[in-house]
Design a binder for this molecule. Structure first.
Ligand code: ZN
Length: 474
């Protein structure tokens, strides 16, 4: 598909409107996504955002765009420094296991790789240069303790992303911590002069001994890799203020240009209807869930299947439903591999045309995955009916299969379904017993055997063509 005639629209936080997506350079997209702060393992709330960004990236690619995505790693900020001090482990050794784990989790969840993962600690000179520029232009000043602050009263657009009224701002008041509430909007730290609690975390630079503030990191790294103006910046809604607001203030004051054209933010995650938190006992990382035996595809599917601007409620029932949904898609793919009817239904083509159009229209509409998935399952249901009625030829089934694989390039949960393997002996015996039970109309026994097979990782299905089975792993 060509990117020229696409009709993708995104809800832009900057304007609070859905807008047609027009990239700066035709056919190409440059996007920046705030990555993980590596003081701990990423939790499912973090990964909800990363999954939304993966879906965004994959959809743009589906529509033919070439995407350059930068995801930074925050390996120096208040939290990482505090973690390093608390454990007495050097900052770089303290963050390393979490960086490694983050990349493992990306693989686990089949998240497409970004083009670059710049680390804050490797870009301090760029941050210093940016701060120097802000000082030259009169947007920054040095405080008594030699820290450098951004003067928000100088930037008349301050608050344009999070919609502040200028009279709500406390000009001249300062905040040194990286993260703070909207009510505390004030001059924020670009550079934090070394203090004893920083221990051995500091850089000797032309602007003094110290470390960068969190916000300047993302301005410096995004400009370095994507240029002074780029297409899309994403993140969780909790990053909108102060982080993204401050990124705009820093970048636009320094360059005199618009920083980002489209800001996209994903909503919060709840767990079983409640706020997630370690102290509430409902805090999960990706690895917590896989350790509990949940399939990575099910976690992936669950995290991506709610529209990104809706609050997402993570539940274990939802995880089971995700597993079932994937099983339906895989079963369908397996049936297509086997289909070989003499006749062919004229309805098939119309069915395929419809799902292509409706699925595409839904995704173009600000990534409306809920609607897109509803169309996909409707399609699977109707195509299954045609399979039941022996109305799908081998050639048609191949076409259907490749369409499913195309959708799966976006969803990333089906995978190529392989050739069927041989059943283990004991499974063959169980299936024979189940057939006997069914003949005797002993449904309870038949169902128990199905569960036994399931426990062995073998899934069976009764179809009009007889019993089908497959291994859960495939
Ligand atoms: Zn950031």
């Amino acid at each position: 598909m060509q990117s020229l005639d696409h009709n993708i629209r995104f809800f832009n936080t900057l304007t609070r409107k859905k807008e047609k997506f027009i990239p700066i350079e035709q056919g190409k997209v440059k996007m920046y996504t705030c990555g993980l702060t590596v003081w701990d393992y990423g939790h499912i709330g973090n990964f909800r955002t990363f999954m939304f960004e993966d879906l965004l990236r994959r959809w743009l690619e589906f529509r033919g765009f070439e995407v350059t995505q930068i995801m930074n790693i925050t390996d120096v900020d208040d939290r990482t420094v505090a973690a390093s001090r608390k454990t007495g482990i050097l900052l770089k050794d303290c963050t390393k296991p979490y960086i490694d784990a983050f990349f493992e989790d990306l693989v686990t969840l089949n998240i497409e790789k970004a083009e670059h993962y710049p680390r804050a600690t490797a870009h301090v000179p760029e941050m210093v240069a940016l701060i120097e520029k802000l000082m030259q232009k009169g947007y920054a000043y040095v405080s008594e303790d030699k820290s450098i602050y951004y003067d928000i009263s100088k930037f008349t657009d301050y608050g344009k992303l999070s919609k502040f009224k200028i009279e709500d701002l406390q000009a001249g008041a300062r905040v040194k911590v990286d993260d703070y509430e909207k009510a505390e909007a004030r001059d924020f730290a670009l550079w934090k002069a070394w203090a004893p609690e920083d221990g051995d975390v500091y850089w000797e630079t032309p602007i003094g001994k110290g470390r960068p503030g969190w916000h300047i990191e993302c301005s410096a790294m995004s400009i370095k890799y994507l240029g002074e103006t780029f297409d899309i910046h994403t993140g969780g809604v909790d990053n909108m203020f102060p982080h993204h607001e401050n990124e705009i203030a820093q970048s636009e004051a320094a360059t005199g240009k618009k920083f980002v054209n489209y800001w996209l933010h994903s909503e919060h995650l709840l767990v079983e209807g409640k706020r997630m938190g370690k102290r509430f006992g409902n805090y999960y990382t990706v690895r917590d869930l896989t350790k509990l035996g949940h399939a990575p595809e099910a976690i992936r599917y669950l995290l991506l299947s709610t529209h990104y601007r809706q609050q997402f409620n993570f539940t274990f029932d939802g995880l089971q439903a995700a597993k079932n949904a994937i099983e339906r898609l895989r079963n369908f793919a397996y049936r297509l591999k086997d289909a070989n009817s003499a006749g062919n239904s004229p309805e098939l083509k119309a069915l395929m045309d419809r799902v292509k159009k409706e699925f595409g229209d839904a995704m173009d509409d600000d990534l409306n995955i809920n609607a897109a998935l509803a169309w996909l399952f409707e399609f699977v249901r109707e195509a299954n009916n045609l399979l039941d009625a022996n109305k799908v030829s081998k050639a048609a089934a191949e076409e259907l299969y490749s369409l499913m694989m195309k959708f799966d390039k976006l969803l990333g949960v089906i995978g190529e379904v392989g050739e069927e393997q041989k059943l283990p002996k004991e499974a063959e015996e169980l299936i024979r017993k189940r057939e006997e039970a069914r003949k005797a109309k002993n449904w309870k026994a038949a169902d128990e055997i199905r569960q036994q097979l399931r426990a062995m990782g073998i899934i069976i299905e009764d179809t009009p063509q007889g019993l089908k089975w497959r291994s859960e792993k495939n």
